[in-house]
Design a protein around this ligand. Structure first.
Ligand SMILES: Nc1ncnc2c1ncn2[C@@H]1O[C@H](COP(=O)(O)OP(=O)(O)O)[C@@H](O)[C@H]1O
Ligand SMILES: [Mg+2]
Length: 316
């Protein structure tokens, strides 16, 4: 990640944008709520900005937070209109499956950053970019997958919880071990470790890592296999998700249908908006609480789509 020491210079690109959020409303620069741009990075498919943000557009409305939180905004270089929403649904599916595996004690640490929102961003020249918002993962990529042992032999590094994580998702039709090594080396890509210090000499890394990048070129997602997995695991999923279990399960079913068919009928799309609004508020509230160290009642406001951003209604 290239750190931006000069907020003005790094900020210039984002501030040229206007946003047509999912509903097509236009957001002003002010409404973006981006207070500072802290870093920028590029991969093959996307440009990622690290920002402090107070506005999170997405399905179900724009959610506003009182304090800015550290957020990644991933903008695909070339993608069809509406693609950000599909990417957001894939990321949210993976996050809910991660919650399920974590909640079933398959592993002890949450390895997927929280998805927070999506938007079509309109640039002043009329071009659009598909963007989605998610939790920033602290740490760095680039730790080696291999090390040289005492006898001088090359041996695989042990990344704690990696095998359980990969095999759990594999059962759900998703290969997250894909595209995790740079093409011309043996170091990690798309896996961020929080404590990479002394990486070259280590044979083991603890479980404080996160998998990022759910673009089409960086994972294999088989929606049919995933649908079968969630059907077969229905009772367990609902139990692990607790009081919101039925809603979260229905949300997963509808997101998968959208991923498979590219759209939903009006009734299902409306239902998914309601479920998604509740989920995004809840995950953003937890995100704010953990990033700001506040209790979980940290104030959130829901901005009704199409409404003037200054007069948004508050729903706690
Ligand atoms: N949430 C995040 N936390 C930390 N670093 C990130 C995050 N998202 C992206 N990055 C950085 O930005 C780079 C490019 O983002 P990525 O989503 O992998 O795009 P691409 O699909 O083009 O590879 C990543 O390799 C990583 O270094
Ligand atoms: Mg990548």
């Amino acid at each position: 990640m290239r750190i931006c020491y000069d907020n003005q210079r790094c900020g210039v690109i984002l501030l040229e944008y206007r946003c047509g959020a999912d509903g097509g409303c236009v957001m002003s620069e002010e409404q973006w709520g981006v207070q500072k741009i802290l870093g920028r990075d590029f991969g093959d498919e996307a440009e990622v900005l690290l920002v402090l943000s107070r506005r999170f557009p997405g399905v179900g409305g724009t959610i506003a937070t009182e304090k800015a939180v550290l957020t990644a905004i991933r903008q695909e270089f070339s993608s069809k209109p509406g693609h950000a929403k599909t990417l957001f649904y894939k990321h949210a599916m993976i996050k809910k499956l991660c919650d399920f595996f974590h909640g079933s004690d398959r592993y002890a640490y949450q390895h997927i950053p929280r998805p927070l929102g999506s938007a079509t961003i309109m640039r002043e020249n009329g071009e659009t970019r598909e963007a989605y918002f998610y939790q920033w993962a602290q740490g760095s990529e680039g730790f080696p997958w291999f090390y040289v042992d005492r006898e001088g032999k090359r041996a695989p590094v042990e990344l704690d919880e990696w095998n359980k994580f990969v095999s759990s998702f594999y059962e759900a039709g998703i290969d997250l071990s894909y595209d995790c090594t740079v093409p011309d080396g043996e170091v990690s890509k798309n896996v961020i470790h929080e404590m990479p210090d002394g990486a070259e000499h280590r044979s083991k890394f603890n479980c404080l890592w996160k998998r990022i990048d759910f673009g089409d070129r960086s994972m294999i997602f088989n929606p049919e296999a995933c649908a079968k997995f969630i059907r077969d695991s229905r009772e367990k999923l609902i139990r692990v998700f607790g009081s919101s279990g039925l809603d979260r399960y229905e949300m997963m079913e509808l997101m998968l249908r959208h991923i498979m068919d590219g759209s939903l009928d009006a009734h299902s799309a409306g239902r998914l908006e309601i479920l998604m609004r509740d989920y995004r508020k809840s995950t953003l509230r937890d995100h704010v609480a953990s990033s700001l160290g506040e209790h979980t009642d940290a104030p959130l406001a829901l901005c009704i789509p199409h409404e003037n951003g200054d007069s948004f209604a508050r729903h706690q």
